[in-house]
Every structure is written in structure tokens, then in C-alpha cells.
Design a protein around this ligand. Structure first.
Ligand SMILES: Cc1cc2nc3c(=O)[nH]c(=O)nc-3n(C[C@H](O)[C@H](O)[C@H](O)COP(=O)(O)OP(=O)(O)OC[C@H]3O[C@@H](n4cnc5c(N)ncnc54)[C@H](O)[C@@H]3O)c2cc1C
Length: 381
């Protein structure tokens, strides 16, 4: 797999396109959007016009038909502008792929094109107030009633909620644990929403409860068969985890760039910061951690592209490794800015706040270890 370590012309073109978009359309506004808690839907639609609304969704419904490796390049590049905006786009892409992959012909035709153009935005709804890490314990009920299902329950922490138009919701159709879950696509007008949560970071996208109260939806909105919901939800997350890790990588790379620039200007004890060897070594360690993260991410993405049996474990490993390492790099970049790193104007503290949640969501990093350990034990000969 030579492309693991050397990008080809297509990869470079995709990266350039996403980097230019991030530099021109996202980065100049990122601090303002964070401060005002503004969700830049218009900019997301501009990204979609360049093919970033359905990156690895098939072309017959308007997707770009790119690989998972391509997606990690795009999300790293976008996150250099703003990890939060890139991360919402990642969730939207995950939902578009789930509908493309598990939807029937009518569902793909009905929702696919509007998702790829981002005329309609999507949210992923798994977590509940009493079921986060243990997703198989979710309680939201989906009761069959003739040609309809009736959903009742609450989803917690849903990114994009209240603004998104379509919601991929996992709900319970039987009491059989993970095997009792079913996936549904629910339109916004059937739902109600909680208040926008006040958060440490990720302020440029809303996070709300999604409330289903006697929510009646046609059977035609069921994604896959009854009982397949857990498998569908987890399949989405394999790629989602790579994308979130790529968002950490882009944020941390931007933080390192800022630190290198700052240390060439700032003086202490009559010398530029970048002449202190202890600090040079810190920079070197940060660069090594970023490169190790990038290499690992590309390896896991290639495994998912090739559908290897260890792909899920590799995605979990990469998500854990990359989001931990990159949070630490961003935090080090803040430290290297001294007191100024703590001020909002320098843009470093925002990156640290944004990257922190990547260690928690799309499966916490403890759960990533659980997946890796399970894989080790199950593949013991
Ligand atoms: C800003 C934000 C956006 C989010 N967006 C979405 C979204 O769009 N859609 C969605 O469905 N969810 C979303 N989430 C939810 C997120 O995925 C969950 O918060 C996460 O899965 C953890 O669940 P929990 O918060 O209930 O923590 P808990 O499951 O209560 O876990 C608490 C702590 O215990 C640890 N823990 C739990 N079980 C174990 C175990 N068996 N072994 C070791 N440690 C364990 C966890 O790692 C964690 O540290 C979002 C969360 C946030 C904060």
C-alpha cells in the first residue's frame, strides 16, 4: 500500500482544495463563530458545493465517491480552520453514508441528493440521558402501528439538533439488548428539541436534546431491517471516529504552527523563545506526535477502505491515540504561548477547548480501549 506514506496527485489536489477552503472561508471567522455560538450553515453549504457534503457517499446520489483516506485528508485540512465546523461536517457525512449504505433505493433517492448538497443537514442520534457508553442500553421505544412506527423517548447531546433537517435515530423495537435496536430517519417537523447546551467548546455548532413524543413516522423511514440498528450505528462510527481524529489532527497542526511562529517572535531572558533547547525539544516532540498520529490515521483509514477484519479495532485504536496525542499537542502549544495562550485572541485556547471533547464523543477513549481489548481477546488463537 504505497499510498499510505506518499500522497498521490489526487490526494494532493483534494488536500489543497480543502486547505484553501479552510483558509479562506473558515479560519478568518472561527473565533467570532465560537464567541457568538454561530453555526455557519451557509459556509457548510459552500463546502458541499465542492463535494464535501457526501465525501464517501456514492456518486449516483450526488456524493463524491471518495475513500476514507481521502476523507481524513479533508477533515484534517478543514479542522486547521476550525475543528468544530469540520466535526459537524464529519457527523453529517457519517449520516449521509449510513443512508447511502443501508437505505433502499427509494430512501437513497429521497434523501441522498439533498444531503450531499447540504440543502438538508443531518444529525446522528444514539446517546440518551441514561445510555452513553453503553449504547445497547438505550430506551427510546419504536412501536409498530400498521404502516407507521411511533417513537417515544429522548436523545441527549445531539450535534446539530434543532437546525438539522434529518435525524438518524436508533430506537428500540424489542427488548433484546443490542439486537433490539432499529435505525430510523426522522424529519425535523416530527421532533422537538431541548435548549442549546452551554459547552466548554464546540460552540460553532448546537448541541441539544432531541425529543420524540408520540412521534409517528412511516415504515418507509426505517433504515435496514428491525434489529439491525446497533450494527448500522456502529458501522457509521468506524468512519466517524477516523474523521473526528482527523479533526483533532488538523486542530493540533494549526496550534503547532501558531506556537512555532510565536516562539520566533517572543523574547525572554534576552533571547527568542525558539533558541531555548528545552523548548525546541518540546516542539520536536509535538511534531513527532503529529506525524505518528497522521501515519496511524492513514493506516486505519486504509484498513477501512480495504474492509479488513481488523478495521473496526484499528479505527478505535487510531481514534484513541490521535485524539489523546493531539489534545496534548494543542495544550503544549498553549503552554508555549505563556499567558497569551490563555487569551481568546490568540486562538489557541479555543483549539484546546474544541479538541477536548474528541476524547469523549463517538465512543469515549475508555470505550476505544474496550473495543481494542475485545478484539485482542476474540482473535486469540
Ligand atoms: C459536545 C458533544 C456532542 C455530542 N454529539 C453527539 C451526537 O451527535 N450524537 C450522539 O449520539 N451522541 C453525541 N454525544 C454523546 C457522546 O457520544 C457521549 O457523551 C459519550 O459516548 C459518552 O457517554 P456519556 O456522556 O453518557 O458518558 P458515560 O457513558 O456515563 O461514561 C462516563 C465515564 O465512564 C467511562 N466508562 C463508561 N463505561 C465504561 C467501561 N465499561 N469501562 C471503562 N470506562 C467506562 C466513560 O469513558 C466516561 O469517562 C456528544 C457529546 C458531547 C459532549
Amino acid at each position: 500500500m504505497p499510498h499510505l506514506f506518499a500522497l498521490n496527485d489526487d490526494h494532493r489536489a483534494i488536500t489543497d482544495m480543502a486547505q484553501t477552503f479552510a483558509r479562506e472561508k473558515i479560519a478568518p471567522h472561527a473565533l467570532d463563530w465560537d464567541e457568538r455560538k454561530h453555526f455557519p450553515v451557509d459556509v457548510l453549504r459552500e463546502a458541499a458545493a465542492l463535494g464535501m457534503g457526501g465525501i464517501y457517499t456514492r456518486e449516483d446520489i450526488g456524493g463524491s465517491g471518495l475513500s476514507r483516506l481521502d476523507a481524513t485528508l479533508i477533515f484534517e485540512a478543514l479542522a486547521r480552520g476550525c475543528p468544530t465546523v469540520a466535526a459537524y461536517l464529519s457527523i453529517h457525512n457519517m449520516c449521509a453514508w449510513m443512508i447511502d449504505r443501508f437505505g433502499d433505493a427509494a430512501q437513497r433517492e429521497k434523501w441522498g441528493p439533498a444531503l450531499c448538497s447540504m440543502d438538508r443537514l443531518a444529525s446522528y442520534c444514539l446517546t440518551e440521558p441514561a445510555a452513553g457508553s453503553d449504547a445497547a442500553a438505550i430506551k427510546m421505544k419504536a412501536r409498530r402501528d400498521g404502516d407507521f412506527y411511533v417513537l417515544d423517548g429522548v436523545k441527549q447531546f445531539i450535534s446539530g439538533a434543532g437546525v438539522s433537517d434529518l435525524y438518524v435515530i436508533m430506537a428500540r423495537t424489542s427488548d433484546e439488548g443490542a439486537r433490539g435496536l432499529t435505525a430510523f430517519v426522522v424529519e425535523k417537523d416530527r421532533l422537538s428539541f431541548g435548549a442549546n447546551e452551554k459547552k466548554m467548546g464546540w460552540n460553532a455548532q448546537p448541541t441539544r436534546q432531541v425529543i420524540c413524543e408520540d412521534c409517528r413516522i412511516p415504515v418507509a423511514n426505517r433504515l435496514g431491517e428491525e434489529g439491525q440498528g446497533f450494527r448500522i450505528a456502529m458501522a457509521g462510527l468506524d468512519g466517524g471516529r477516523l474523521n473526528i481524529a482527523a479533526c483533532s489532527l488538523g486542530g493540533a497542526a494549526a496550534a503547532l504552527d501558531k506556537a512555532v511562529a510565536y516562539m520566533g517572535e517572543r523574547q525572554a531572558f534576552g533571547k527568542k523563545l525558539d533558541t531555548f533547547q528545552a523548548l525546541q525539544f518540546r516542539l520536536a516532540d509535538m511534531a513527532i506526535d503529529l506525524e505518528a498520529s497522521r501515519t496511524f490515521l492513514w493506516r486505519a483509514a486504509s484498513a477501512l477502505d480495504a474492509k479488513t477484519p481488523d478495521a473496526t479495532a484499528l479505527c478505535a485504536m487510531a481514534k484513541k491515540f490521535v485524539t489523546d496525542a493531539c489534545f496534548s499537542v494543542a495544550n503544549d502549544a498553549l503552554q508555549l504561548h505563556g499567558g497569551y495562550g490563555y487569551l481568546a485572541d490568540y486562538g489557541i485556547e479555543k483549539i484546546v477547548r474544541d479538541l477536548r471533547v474528541h476524547q469523549i464523543l463517538e465512543g469515549s477513549n475508555e470505550i476505544m480501549r474496550l473495543i481494542v481489548a475485545r478484539h485482542l481477546i476474540e482473535s486469540r488463537s
